[in-house]
Design a protein around this ligand. Structure first.
Ligand SMILES: Cc1ncc(COP(=O)(O)O)c(C=O)c1O
Length: 457
C-alpha cells in the first residue's frame, strides 16, 4: 500500500523565494503558478522527477506535455548534443535536417502536405490563423470556449471564463479576454463556440458565415480536462466549414504525435486544412510547426503571407524532432501499445479507486491523455462531460485540490489546476501504474475521510 509521507518542501520554498527576487512571480509561465505549491525541480529521469528537497514523484505532468518519452530521453538528448557540438545551434540557411524532419512529418500526419517550423504552440497557432484569414480573405476565427491556443492577443480569449456569473443560460459567442492588456478590438476577429454542440455551430455560421475564415479547434478539447469529440462531431466541423467556404484548423499542440503518430486526425480520420503542432514533436526540446494542404500552404510557399522567426528550424529543435519522429515511425506499435494500455489502466483505475472511496467522478480518457473530474455537491447527474459549461457545472475544485495534495504526499504528481489533463509517457511502466493506483486508493480514502469529518460529504 502507498504510504503517506511527510512532504518537506522547505528547500523548494526557500529557492522559490530567491527566484522571485529576480523573476517576476517566481515563474516564467503563468500556467505553472499555483499559490502554495512552489515546487522547485532538481532532475528528472524516465517517468519520475525529484524536487530540491529530494522528494521523488511519478510524473503525469511531464513538462506540460512534451515529454512523451519521459524525462531525459537519451537518444533525443544525444542527437541534440551531437548536433550542437559538431555543427552549431542556429544557421542562416536551410540544411539536411529540414528535409529529414519535414519528410517524416508529412508522411506521418495525413492532413499535412507542406509544413513550416516555429518555436512554440502560441506562434504556430497565430501563423495558422493568419494563413486562414489570408487564404479566405475573411476576418473571423471561431474558437471554442474552454479551449487554449496560446497566450497571444488574438487567441487568449474565453479560455476559462466565469460564464455563469453573467450569463447563467445559453451560450455566448461574445469573446471574453482572458488577460488584462488585450485590446478590446481584437474581439471583432473572433467568435466563441461550444465544443461538441452542432446547433451552436450551425447558428454561428448562419449569422456570420460570410465572415468566418476558419474554425480553430483542439480536436480533443484538452484544456478543459479531456473532452473527446462526440461521434461525428469532427466530421460535422469538416462538413460545415467546407459548406461555407471556411477552413478547418486543428490545434494538435497537445494531441499531435501523442494520441497517435499522426495525431487526432489519424485517430478520428478527419483531415483539417491546417494543423498546428508543438509539445511531443520535440520530446522536451522547443519546437513547433504548422502545416496543411498544398493548396493552402501554397500561400506560404509563395511568400504571400508573412511567417518567420530568428530561431525557427534551429539545429537543436530539428535534431530532436528528427529522432522523435524516427523513433515513432520505427516503433509505433510498441510505443502506442504502451501509452494506450498504461494510460487507460491509470485513468480507469483512478476513477474506480475514487468512486469506491466515496468520491463520485467522471474520468475521460483518450489513450495517453485523460482527466478526472470530481463531482461537487449537487452536481448534475451526468455520465460524461461534453463541453466547458458542463465541466464547470460538474467539477469540484475543492475535492480536486485535496486529491492533488494527497497524491503528492504519496509520490504522484499531476498538474495542480483542476482543468489540466494528465499525460503519460512511454517510460512509465507497470510498476508506475501499480504504484499510482495504490496511491490513488489510499489518497481517495484519506480525502473522503476528511470530507466526512468536516461534514462535507
Ligand atoms: C492546444 C494548445 N495550443 C497551443 C498552446 C500553446 O503552446 P506553447 O505553450 O508552446 O506556446 C498550448 C499550450 O499548452 C495548447 O495546449
Amino acid at each position: 500500500m502507498a504510504q503517506e509521507r511527510p512532504l518537506s518542501l522547505d528547500k523548494s520554498r526557500a529557492m522559490f523565494d530567491r527566484i522571485a527576487h529576480s523573476i517576476a512571480g517566481g515563474e516564467s509561465s503563468y500556467a505553472r503558478l499555483k499559490k502554495g505549491l512552489e515546487l522547485c525541480f532538481e532532475r528528472g529521469e524516465g517517468s519520475r522527477f525529484w524536487d530540491v528537497d529530494g522528494n521523488e514523484y511519478i510524473d503525469y505532468s511531464l513538462g506540460y506535455g512534451p515529454l512523451i518519452f519521459g524525462h531525459n530521453p537519451k537518444k533525443v538528448t544525444e542527437a541534440v548534443v551531437q548536433a550542437i557540438t559538431e555543427r552549431g545551434s542556429v544557421a542562416t540557411f536551410p540544411y539536411d535536417l529540414d528535409y529529414q524532419v519535414g519528410e517524416q512529418l508529412v508522411r506521418m500526419v495525413p492532413g499535412v502536405d507542406l509544413i513550416r517550423f516555429a518555436n512554440s504552440g502560441t506562434e504556430a497557432t497565430m501563423a495558422a490563423a493568419r494563413l486562414a484569414r489570408a487564404y479566405t480573405g475573411r476576418g473571423k476565427i471561431v474558437q471554442m470556449e474552454g479551449g487554449y491556443h496560446g497566450f497571444s492577443d488574438t487567441h487568449f480569449w474565453s479560455s476559462h471564463p466565469e460564464v455563469f456569473a453573467e450569463n447563467p443560460k445559453g451560450y455566448t459567442e461574445v469573446p471574453q479576454p482572458a488577460s488584462s492588456g488585450i485590446p478590446a478590438g481584437y474581439a471583432d476577429a473572433l467568435l466563441i463556440g461550444q465544443y461538441n454542440d452542432r446547433e451552436n455551430m450551425e447558428a454561428l455560421f448562419a449569422a456570420h458565415g460570410d465572415d468566418i475564415a476558419a474554425v480553430l479547434v483542439e480536436p480533443i478539447q484538452a484544456n478543459t480536462g479531456i473532452i473527446p469529440p462526440e461521434p461525428g462531431y469532427l466530421e460535422f466541423l469538416r462538413e460545415i466549414t467546407k459548406r461555407h467556404g471556411a477552413l478547418l484548423i486543428f490545434d494538435e499542440v497537445i494531441t499531435g504525435f501523442r494520441v497517435a503518430p499522426g495525431g487526432a486526425q489519424e485517430l478520428y480520420g478527419v483531415l483539417p486544412d491546417i494543423t498546428t503542432f508543438a509539445k511531443a514533436l520535440g520530446a522536451g526540446f522547443p519546437i513547433a510547426a504548422f502545416g496543411g494542404s498544398r493548396e493552402v500552404m501554397g500561400m506560404e510557399e509563395r511568400n504571400e503571407v508573412m511567417h518567420g522567426g530568428t530561431y525557427t528550424a534551429n539545429l537543436i529543435a530539428l535534431a530532436a524532432a528528427n529522432v522523435v519522429l524516427t523513433e515513432m515511425r520505427e516503433h509505433r506499435d510498441e510505443l502506442w501499445g504502451r501509452l494506450n494500455s498504461h494510460g487507460t489502466q491509470v485513468a480507469l483505475g483512478l476513477g474506480d479507486a475514487c468512486r469506491e472511496a466515496g468520491l463520485p467522478n467522471i474520468v475521460q480518457n483518450v489513450g495517453p491523455l485523460w482527466h478526472i473530474f470530481f463531482a461537487k455537491p449537487g452536481a448534475p447527474q451526468i455520465t460524461k462531460i461534453r463541453n466547458y459549461r458542463e465541466a464547470l457545472a460538474y467539477s469540484s475544485i475543492d475535492v480536486f485540490d485535496r486529491f492533488h495534495t494527497a497524491m503528492m504526499e504519496r509520490g504522484v504528481y499531476f498538474h495542480p489546476y483542476h482543468f489540466e489533463r494528465w499525460f503519460i509517457s512511454t517510460a512509465h511502466d507497470e510498476r508506475d501504474v501499480q504504484q499510482t493506483l495504490d496511491a490513488a486508493a489510499d489518497a481517495a480514502e484519506a480525502v473522503a475521510r476528511d470530507l466526512k469529518a468536516e461534514g462535507n460529504s
